[in-house]
Ligand binder design. Structure first.
Ligand SMILES: Nc1ncnc2c1ncn2[C@@H]1O[C@H](COP(=O)(O)OP(=O)(O)OP(=O)(O)O)[C@@H](O)[C@H]1O
Ligand SMILES: [Mg+2]
Length: 1102
C-alpha cells in the first residue's frame, strides 16, 4: 500500500472510535505519515497502516465490492456504510451476498413486482438482492440439475431468519403451483415458520426474535421446477431457556402467547398472568415492542391449521405448554426424613393438580417422579428420595424434556404434513443457523453453536479457498498460492475422535465420578500445547478456544449435565402412562436395549452427528452464501457502527473471501460442463472432431477472453469472465429464442390477425349496414323535411303569389278601369264633338243649302222672268237676238250659277266627308241634292229637303240636349270619382296603418321566436329567424306605396295585398321555428324572386 501513498494522497487512517476515517497526507517522514483527517484532526500513522482512498468512487457505492478500485477493509466498510445510508442493504462480494439488517420494514424491496423483476432478469442485470441469490440457485438447479444450498449466516440479530423467510417466500413464488388453492406444499413450508418461531424463538438481549435452534429447510422440486416436497431439520434447541431466563430476556414466545389467549382458552388451561409463573417471572420482560401476543396466538393457530396440525393436536400442544408453566410453579420443602422433600404449599399442590390434569397423569405419580429416584442395583431396585433442590432439578429436567419432545414432535408433524417427495432429484436447502456467540458466560450451548459456526466456516473456506486452490494444483494450472486462514485445527480440537473436546466430554459424562473440574483438568492436560486452546488464568474450570471469529471463554460447570442426553426413567414411565395419547406419544416406551444405550448417549455426540449429516448435504450441493450483518447493537435503523460491522465482516470471512477470490480463479467448469454450456458460442466446433480442451480454448478465444486457464479437466475463469461468457451465451440463446418466438408469434399473430380481420370485416359490415341504414333514414327524413319545406314554401309562395296576384289584378283592374274610363271619356268627348261637328256642318251645309236654294230660286225666278219677258216679246227679232243674247247670257249665268252651286256643293260634300262619314254620306247624299239643285229644283224636293232639314234640326236639338246631359253626367261622374278617390286614400291609409301594426306584431313575434329559438336551438339557427317578416312588410310597403302612387292618379280603390295572420296562426312554435329557419334564406331569395315576379307582372300589366 505504502508505495501508492504520497503527500496529498487521500487515504484511510485508523480511528479508535469509528475504525477508519478518511484524510489527506500532509507529510511523510520515513515510515510515518502525517495525515489531516476529515474532521480536522492531524494524526501520525505508519505508512503500512494507511490505505489509499478512491476519490472517484461512485457516491452511491458499488454493488459488487470485488469491483472496488482499491479492495481493502476501509473501502469495503465505507462502501457498505454508503449504501446502507440510502437503504441499499444488499451488496455483493463476488458471489457472496452481504445483507445488512435495516431494522425497519422496507416493503419496496420485497413486493411481488420485485419478485417478478428478479424472476425475469439475469443475475448480472439486477442489483444485489436476496431474491437474486434465490433466483440464481433456482435457475441453476432447474437448468443444470445441480442441487443447491443457501447458507445464511451472521451473528444473532443480524437478520438470518428474516432473510431465510424472504428466500423461502421467493422460492415458493418461483416454484409455486399456478392455481394455488388450499394447502399447497409451498404454503405449508412458509406457514411452518410462524409455528416454529412460536415454539423455538425467544427474546434475547441481542434479538427480540432470536431463533434458539438451527434450521435447515430442504425444499424439493420436481422435474418441472415446482415444489414437490420439503423437509425441515432442526438443530439443538436451547432447552435450558424453558426453566431459566435472565433479565431482560424472555422464555419461548409460545408461553406468552398462551397467556394472552382468548378467555375460554385461559380458562381451559387454568392460566393467568405470566407474572404468576416461575418460568416466566425470572425476567421482568413480558411484552415485546410492536408485538401483540393475543394476535400472535391466533396467527399461530391459523398457521398450525395450514401446516396440518389438527384442532385436537393444537389443543394437546397448548395443554402441554400450560402444564409446563404449572409444573414450574411446583415447589418443594425439606421433608422430615433426611434428603427428602414434599410439596411446599397449597399453591404447589394446586399446580401439581393442574399439571396432572393437563398432562392427564396421576398427580401422585408426578409427585413421586419428581421427588424420588429409583436406584437399580444388581440385587434390587431402591427408591431414593430427593432433597428439595434435587426435586427442583428433577422438575426442571422434566419440563425441559417435555418441551424439547414437544418441539421435536412439532417438527416431525410439519415434515409429515408437508410430505417429502421420494422421486425428487432436485433440491435447494436453506440453512438458518445461529451465528457465532460470545457472551460473558458461555456454556455448553455456546460451545455447540460456535462449533457449528466453525464447521460452517470450514465449509466456506473449503468451498471458497481450499477446494479452489487444491483444484488449481490438481489441474496443474499456472497460479500463485493465496494464503487463507484455515480453521481445520479448531474443528479438530472440538470434534476429533478420539481426543477432541466432545469426545473427552462424553468420556467424562460416562464416568460417574466426573466433575466439571476433573473434566476441565483433562482438557488442560490434553490441549496444553494446542495453539487454539488456552487455559485462562484464575479459573479452575473455564477454558478458552481461539475460534476463527475470536477467542471465547467457556464455563464448563454445566457441560456435563447439559451433555447428558437421557430421560429420567421415572419421567419416561410417568408420561408414557399418560391418558392423553398426545402426551404418551411424546414419550414412547423404550426397548430394553434402547433404554440402556440411551443412558450413555450425549447431546454433544448427537449434535456432532447432526452436523456431519448437514455437512454431507452441504457438500453434495453447490453453496451460495449470504452473510448477514448487524449494523448496531441498539437494534435501531440507520445506525451503522463501523467497528461492529468490521468485526462481523472479518469473522464471517468476507474480507478474506474477497481477497482470495480476486487473486484466483473464482469460477471453474469441467470441459464437458463448459462445452455443454458454451458450445453454442462456437457451433462450428460440432462439425470437426476436436479435443475437449482445444474446443474450450477455441470458444474462449472466439469470445476474446484473456487471463483464463485451461487445466487438465477444467477451465478456470477469472472473476467476471463467467458472467461475460454468460452474456454472450444469453445473447446467442436470446437471438435463437427470438427467432423461434418470431416464427411462433408470426404464426399466432397471423392466426389472430385472420380471425380479427374476419371479425372486423363482420363488424364493419354490420356497422356499415347500420350506418347506411342510418344515412338512408336520415336521407328519408331529409327528403321528407324537404318535401314538407317545399310544400310549406310552396304554400307560402302560393299564398304570397295569390296575394300579389290579387293585388296586381286589383291594381290592373283599377288601372284598366282608369284607362277604360279615360277612353270612355275620350270617346264620349269625341262623339260629342263629332255630333257637334256634324250639327255644325249640318248647320253650315243647311245654311249653304238655303243660300243656294234662295240663290237658285232667285235665279230661277229671274230666269223665268226673262223667259216670260221674252215670250212676251217673241215677235221682235231684235228682241230675239237680244233674247238669244239674253238667253245666252242667262244661259251663261245659269251655267255660272250652276257651276258655283256645284262647287259649293262639292265643298260641302268634301267638308262633310272629312268630318264624318255618316254626315259625309249625308252630305254626299245632300250634294246630289245640291247638284240636283243645279238641275231645275222641284218644289217637292225642296219641301222634302226642308222637312229633312227640319228633322236634322230637331235631331241637332236632341243631340245638343244629349250632349248637355252627357256634360252634366260627366261632371257628376267626376265628382263621384273624386269622392271615391278620397275614400280610396282613406282606405289605403287605414290599410297602411293595419299593415304597420301587423308588421309590428310580426316584429314582436319574431323577437319572441328568436328568444325562444335561442333557448331551444343552437345559436347558428338564430340568425335566420323571421327574416321573412321584414320582407313581407317591405313588399307590403312597396305595394302600398304603389297603391298610393296609383291611387293618387286613380279614382278607384282596390284591396291592399296583405298576408293574413292565418299563415302564422296555424303553426306551433316548433314548426314555426323550423319553418322560419328553413324558409329564412329561401324566403329572402323567394322574396326577391317574388319581387321580381311581381315587378315582371306589373311590367306585363302595364
Ligand atoms: N430484511 C429485513 N427487513 C426488516 N427488518 C429486518 C430484516 N432483517 C432483519 N430484520 C429485523 O431484525 C430482527 C432480527 O432478525 P432475525 O431474527 O432474522 O435475526 P437472526 O439473525 O435470525 O437472529 P438469531 O440468530 O438470534 O435468530 C428482526 O426481528 C427484524 O426486526
Ligand atoms: Mg433467527
Amino acid at each position: 500500500m505504502a508505495a501508492n501513498i504520497a503527500v496529498d494522497s487521500h487515504v484511510w487512517v485508523e480511528d479508535t472510535e469509528i475504525a477508519w476515517t478518511d484524510g489527506v497526507v500532509l507529510n511523510i517522514k520515513g515510515d510515518e505519515a502525517e495525515v489531516k483527517t476529515g474532521d480536522g484532526k492531524e494524526v501520525v500513522a505508519n505508512l503500512s497502516r494507511l490505505y489509499p482512498k478512491d476519490v472517484e468512487a461512485p457516491a452511491e457505492g458499488v454493488e459488487d465490492m470485488t469491483k472496488l478500485s482499491y479492495l481493502h477493509e476501509p473501502a469495503v466498510l465505507h462502501n457498505l456504510a454508503t449504501r446502507y445510508e440510502i437503504d441499499e442493504i444488499y451488496t455483493y462480494t463476488g458471489n457472496i451476498l452481504i445483507a445488512i439488517n435495516p431494522f425497519q420494514g422496507l416493503p419496496h424491496l420485497y413486493g411481488v413486482d420485485i419478485m417478478e423483476k428478479y424472476r425475469e432478469a439475469s443475475f448480472k442485470d439486477t442489483s444485489p438482492h436476496v431474491f437474486a441469490i434465490g433466483g440464481v440457485a433456482f435457475r441453476e438447479m432447474v437448468n443444470e440439475g445441480r442441487n443447491k444450498s443457501i447458507l445464511v449466516s451472521g451473528e444473532s440479530g443480524s437478520g438470518k431468519t428474516e432473510t431465510t423467510k424472504m428466500l423461502m417466500r421467493y422460492l415458493a413464488y418461483l416454484g409455486g403451483h399456478a392455481a394455488a388453492e388450499g394447502r399447497t406444499v409451498e404454503k405449508q413450508v412458509l406457514e411452518s415458520n410462524p409455528v416454529l418461531e412460536a415454539f423455538g424463538n425467544a427474546k434475547t438481549v441481542k434479538n427480540n426474535n432470536s431463533s434458539r435452534f438451527g434450521k435447515f429447510v430442504e425444499i424439493q422440486f420436481d422435474d418441472l421446477g415446482q415444489i414437490s416436497g420439503a423437509a425441515i431439520r432442526t438443530y439443538l434447541l436451547e432447552r435450558s431457556r424453558v426453566c431459566q431466563i435472565s433479565d431482560p430476556e424472555r422464555n419461548y414466545h409460545c408461553f406468552y402467547l398462551l397467556c394472552a389467549a382468548p378467555p375460554q382458552d385461559i380458562e381451559r388451561y387454568k392460566l393467568g398472568d405470566p407474572k404468576s409463573f416461575r418460568y416466566l417471572n425470572q425476567s421482568s420482560c413480558y411484552e415485546l415492542d410492536g408485538v401483540n401476543d393475543a394476535q400472535e396466538y391466533l396467527a399461530t393457530r391459523r398457521a398450525m391449521n395450514v401446516v396440518g396440525i389438527s384442532e385436537n393436536e393444537q389443543d394437546a400442544i397448548f395443554r402441554v405448554v400450560a402444564a409446563i408453566l404449572h409444573l414450574g410453579n411446583i415447589e418443594f420443602s425439606k421433608g422430615e426424613e433426611a434428603d427428602s422433600s414434599f410439596l411446599k404449599d397449597e399453591q404447589s399442590a394446586f399446580h401439581l393438580q393442574m399439571t396432572s390434569e393437563l398432562l392427564m397423569c396421576d398427580p401422585l405419580a408426578i409427585e413421586d417422579a419428581l421427588c424420588k429416584r429409583m436406584m437399580v442395583t444388581p440385587e434390587e431396585v431402591i427408591k431414593r428420595s430427593l432433597d428439595p433442590h434435587g426435586a427442583a432439578i428433577s422438575r426442571d429436567g422434566l419440563a425441559k424434556t417435555i418441551y424439547s419432545r414437544l418441539f421435536d414432535w412439532l417438527v416431525d408433524k410439519i415434515n409429515v404434513s408437508i410430505g417429502q417427495d421420494p422421486h425428487s432429484r432436485r433440491l435447494i436447502g436453506v440453512l438458518d443457523i445461529y451465528g457465532f456467540e460470545s457472551f460473558k458466560t458461555n456454556s455448553f450451548e455456546q460451545f455447540c453453536i460456535n462449533y457449528t459456526n466453525e464447521k460452517l466456516q470450514q465449509h466456506f473456506n473449503q468451498h471458497v479457498f481450499k477446494m479452489e486452490q487444491d483444484d488449481y494444483q490438481k489441474e496443474e494450472i499456472d497460479w500463485s498460492y493465496v494464503e487463507f486462514v484455515d480453521n481445520q485445527d479448531v474443528v479438530d480440537l472440538i470434534e476429533k475422535k478420539p481426543g477432541g473436546i466432545i469426545a473427552l466430554l462424553d468420556e467424562a459424562c460416562m464416568l460417574p465420578k466426573s466433575t466439571p473440574e476433573t473434566f476441565s483438568e483433562k482438557l488442560y492436560q490434553t490441549f496444553k500445547d494446542h495453539k487454539r486452546f488456552v487455559k485462562p488464568k484464575l479459573t479452575r474450570s473455564d477454558f478458552t478456544i481461539a475460534h476463527y471469529a475470536g477467542d471465547v471463554q467457556y464455563q464448563s460447570d454445566q457441560f456435563l449435565d447439559k451433555n447428558k442426553d437421557y430421560v429420567v426413567p421415572e419421567h419416561q414411565d410417568l408420561l408414557s402412562a399418560s391418558k392423553c395419547s398426545f402426551v404418551s406419544g411424546l414419550f414412547p416406551p423404550l426397548s430394553r436395549e434402547g433404554s440402556k444405550s440411551s443412558k450413555f448417549s450425549s447431546i454433544g455426540a448427537r449434535f456432532k452427528l447432526q452436523l456431519m449429516q448437514l455437512m454431507e448435504i452441504l457438500n453434495s450441493t453447490e453453496p451460495h452464501y449470504i452473510r448477514c450483518v448487524k449494523p448496531n447493537n441498539v437494534l435501531q435503523p440507520a445506525v451503522f457502527e463501523n467497528a461492529n460491522v468490521l468485526h462481523q465482516l472479518r469473522s464471517g470471512g468476507v474480507l478474506e473471501a474477497i481477497r482470495v477470490k480476486c487473486a484466483g480463479y473464482p469460477t471453474n467448469r469441467t470441459f464437458i460442463e463448459f462445452l455443454n454450456r458454451f458450445t453454442i458460442l462456437a457451433p462450428e466446433i460440432l462439425k470437426g472432431e476436436y479435443e475437449e480442451n482445444v474446443a474450450c480454448k477455441w470458444i474462449l478465444e472466439k469470445v476474446g477472453l484473456t487471463g483464463y486457464q485451461v487445466g487438465q479437466t477444467k477451465v478456470f475463469l477469472r472473476a467476471g469472465q463467467m458472467a461475460e461468457l454468460d452474456v454472450h451465451r444469453t445473447r446467442v440463446l436470446g437471438e435463437s429464442a427470438r427467432i423461434i418466438q418470431r416464427q411462433v408469434k408470426t404464426h399466432l399473430t397471423r392466426k389472430d390477425f385472420i380471425l380479427m380481420r374476419r371479425a372486423s370485416v363482420r363488424i364493419q359490415t354490420s356497422w356499415r349496414g347500420k350506418l347506411a341504414r342510418k344515412i338512408y333514414r336520415d336521407m328519408k327524413r331529409e327528403a321528407a323535411a324537404m318535401k314538407i319545406q317545399k310544400n310549406l314554401r310552396r304554400q307560402l309562395a302560393t299564398r304570397a303569389y295569390t296575394n300579389t296576384k290579387s293585388s296586381a289584378i286589383t291594381l290592373q283592374t283599377g288601372f284598366r278601369t282608369l284607362a277604360a274610363r279615360h277612353e270612355f271619356r275620350y270617346k264620349l268627348k269625341t262623339r260629342a264633338v263629332t255630333v257637334i261637328q256634324a250639327y255644325w256642318r249640318c248647320h253650315i251645309a243647311v245654311s249653304e243649302f238655303k243660300k243656294l236654294k234662295r240663290a237658285s230660286l232667285v235665279y230661277q225666278s229671274r230666269l223665268r222672268g226673262r223667259i216670260a219677258k221674252r215670250r212676251l216679246e217673241q215677235p221682235k227679232m231684235t228682241d230675239r237676238e237680244e233674247e238669244e243674247e239674253e238667253e245666252d247670257k242667262g244661259h251663261e249665268e245659269k251655267s255660272e250659277l250652276s257651276n258655283n252651286a256645284e262647287d259649293s256643293v262639292d265643298k260641302a260634300v268634301v267638308v262633310l266627308h272629312s268630318d264624318q262619314s255618316e254626315i259625309a254620306e249625308k252630305a254626299t247624299e245632300a250634294s246630289p241634292t245640291v247638284s240636283e239643285i243645279m238641275i231645275p229644283v222641284r218644289d217637292t224636293e225642296i219641301e222634302s229637303l226642308t222637312v229633312e232639314v227640319e228633322m236634322l234640326r230637331a235631331l241637332l236639338q236632341v243631340e245638343k240636349q244629349r250632349a248637355d246631359i252627357s256634360e252634366r253626367k260627366y261632371v257628376e261622374v267626376q265628382e263621384l270619382s273624386e269622392g271615391r278617390r278620397k275614400k280610396l286614400e282613406e282606405t289605403e291609409r287605414r290599410v297602411y296603418h293595419l299593415q304597420d301594426s301587423l308588421n309590428r306584431l310580426l316584429y314582436s313575434m319574431s323577437d319572441q321566436f328568436s328568444q325562444l329559438k335561442s333557448i331551444l336551438r343552437s345559436p347558428s339557427m338564430s340568425n335566420s329567424t323571421f327574416t321573412s317578416s321584414p320582407v313581407v312588410r317591405d313588399d307590403l310597403a312597396d305595394s302600398s306605396e304603389n297603391s298610393e302612387a296609383s291611387s293618387s292618379d286613380s279614382d278607384f280603390t282596390f284591396p291592399a295585398p296583405s298576408p293574413t295572420s292565418d299563415s302564422f296562426s296555424a303553426f306551433n312554435p316548433n314548426q314555426l321555428q323550423v319553418i322560419v329557419q328553413d324558409l329564412s334564406t329561401s324566403e329572402t331569395k323567394g322574396s326577391e324572386s317574388y319581387e321580381s315576379d311581381r315587378e315582371g307582372g306589373f311590367e306585363d300589366y302595364f
